[in-house]
Design a protein around this ligand. Structure first.
Ligand SMILES: C[S@@+](CC[C@H](N)C(=O)[O-])C[C@H]1O[C@@H](n2cnc3c(N)ncnc32)[C@H](O)[C@@H]1O
Length: 255
């Protein structure tokens, strides 16, 4: 029997960022990423990219955007692991809250990555007017990443969001909850590793809103003639989507 995808607002998203329950839940999230081996899964997906072929010549740094980035600590681990292996990176962490701490910023600097926070609702970012109003800043990204984020949105929202991602990037990687019975059972056990009530509820909601099979490929707006698309289960609890552009930019994405 297949789990039907259900999207319900998560507790963490509605808590004030200073709320101790939210702060504790974000710490839980870091621990859960270690258990889920998210950094390794992400690095495996990132290794598929060959920058020699695709890096934009207009900027000396790779322009990377993480949407729904949280506190940016997950990508910091990635930055450290890729130090010396990737060209220089300029990373933007987009989230509805500014959660970037000075120590995290310093960590990126030590890894040779420039980092900045962009505070906005990603559904506003996805609107065409957002790009039309952009006076400075990046209009096109070498890579967009998302972790435990796409599952917050229902299918019509995902169509809009993925359309903007496809128009504005050359590569996209998403690491999401795998909507499987095994992951659902695991999500009911996060209390055993000390997760608080917010994390315990959100973990179950996340798996129920997660993905399986080729669900994200189906929502991707562009034909597979223009993009290489891969979608696969990863580790015990995750589901990955990888998209790499094979042809030129869409006209509406050029800045
Ligand atoms: C489950 S957390 C994941 C954080 C981070 N990517 C990670 O894996 O540790 C989801 C994040 O998405 C952010 N978020 C939720 N809805 C959003 C929206 N509509 N626009 C921007 N950020 C949003 C939340 O503030 C939260 O930081």
């Amino acid at each position: 029997m297949t789990l039907i995808r259900t999207v319900v607002p998560e507790l963490l998203d509605d808590l004030d960022m200073q709320d101790p329950r939210a702060q504790r839940s974000r710490r839980d999230l870091r621990r859960l990423h270690r258990i889920m081996r998210t950094e390794t899964i992400l690095l495996d997906a990132l290794r598929k990219i060959s920058w020699q072929r695709s890096v934009s010549s207009s900027s000396p740094r790779l322009q990377v955007l993480e949407i729904g980035a949280g506190d940016g600590s997950l990508m910091l681990g990635v930055a450290r692991a890729l130090q010396g292996l990737w060209p220089a990176v300029s990373l933007t962490l987009l989230d509805q809250h500014n959660l970037l701490e000075t120590t995290t910023e310093q960590g990126y600097a030590n890894a040779g990555w420039r980092v900045s926070a962009q505070v906005c609702d990603v559904l506003d970012w996805a609107k065409p007017e957002f790009m039309a109003q952009l006076i400075s800043g990046t209009a096109h990204w070498d890579l967009i990443v998302s972790n435990l984020f796409l599952h917050h949105f229902d299918d019509p929202q995902l169509v809009l969001l993925l359309d903007a991602v496809a128009a504005r990037s050359n590569h996209f990687i998403a690491c999401e909850p795998n909507r499987s019975w095994f992951a659902l059972a695991g999500s009911h056990l996060v209390g055993a590793v000390g997760a608080n009530a917010v994390t315990r509820q959100d973990a179950v909601l996340s798996v129920r809103a997660g993905f399986r099979n080729r669900e994200l490929c189906t929502l991707w707006p562009v034909g597979e003639d223009d993009w290489v698309l891969e979608e696969y289960p990863a580790g015990l609890f995750s589901h990955c989507f990888y998209a790499a552009r094979t042809r030129g930019l869409r006209a509406d994405a050029r800045s």
